[in-house]
Design a protein around this ligand. Sequence first.
Ligand code: ADE
Length: 459
Amino acid sequence: MNFTILTLFPEMVNAGLHESIIGRAIENQTISVNAVNIRDFSEDKHKRVDDYTYGGGAGMLMQAEPVYRAIQSVRTEQKKCRVIYVTPQGLPFHQRMAQDFAKEEELIFLCGHYEGIDERVLEECVTDYVSIGDYVLTGGELAAMVMIDAIARLVPGVLHNEISAETESFQGDLLEYPQYSRPRVWHDREVPQVLLSGNTRDIRAWRLEQSMKRTKSRRPDLYEKYEKLQEISKKLSRKKIYHMDMIEGISRGYLSLVEEDESGCVLISSDERYYYHACYEPQTETFIVPKTLDKNAIFVEHSTYCAFGEDCKEYLIGALTRREKLPIRGLYCEDGKKGSAGISIVPYEKAHEALIAKWGLNPGDMTLAFVACYQDIPSAVIALQRDGSIGQLYVEPSLRRKHIAMALVTYLCNKMLENGQVPFVYLPKEQSDMQELYKKTGFYVSADSICMIQPQEGL
Ligand code: ADE
């Protein structure tokens, strides 16, 4: 992912973003950060970029032309990317917005100074107005740096343990639990006993309880949302496998509530790409169409009665509800090393990009992906997708029937189980071989199907 910052103070941005985790990601080319000096685009012989405001008033304004030329210099016709103007007048920046921006390949940040920027160039070029809070800074640089840091850490490969990006503060409407390191006793304060027990289930339960307590006292607004969604999750659990995508989406903080009545609920994904509808009673034919339904969004309908007719894609839901890890069965060795079956498993990295493109897969939707090598040659891939489902399972056609798919499913499921996630998958209704593969691995498969549809096609 490439970040370009248009600024009068490129050194400030470079100094702030070339350190630590973001600095390392730049060094290993997972992301790039390019600070461009707007002053270089001034036609004035003194390189001035500001002037007085028409109509009077205190302070100077950045002129339209140098800003316009700076934008044009980094944005080509082919690369029509988002241009974000950082301003206290923008929409408040939050984690969901960071997730949305993290899906882009290119982002341009425009930093203002003085009293701001001539309105006309903003109207012509800016796609997003974003603020980092209700206070006024001396310029946009610090705000851009804050946003770039929050976005970059969501780009696959920036954090080494990528699942961790999903289990921190602000995921699941709960704040993170307290953490401790050595020494065991410090200033007479002891590390809570449970953390020394080695019992992962107890530790997880304790952490959840602490997260709830902390959220309730520090952020009652978030806690209220959390409780409401927990109630919904409980109702959905009456038909657990069928609703596993929604239950997991709630638990991972990927879904929030749009509407609920006695017949069911509608949830929306954090990237606003998906709406999920569920009926609390299977027979209900009442149907909530959310007032805010976006025509580009995909509707995931969990109901035996589908209001969209016959054109939609039908899926069964497969879920692995056990908590113990799956047996490896000699498919590969510990840590994915090559076993007697000739299969090894490695994390997906940039070097695999061309292969993924050749296989027609979409790296943008992957949050965690693994590549299987057969006799050391990359031959297959699997991903944990943004919505929490397992997907993008692909095996080179010439290497099928060698248990490579089974090895990848096992490996990814075990990673997810280590993180307390429930593996689930959307299985196309007509692909019985795929259903068999997951059943063999230990998944339960729903009896009823869900359907996915884009409202603009179906309504
Ligand atoms: N520029 C000045 N203040 C700002 C803020 N709070 N957010 C974003 N950009 C800014």
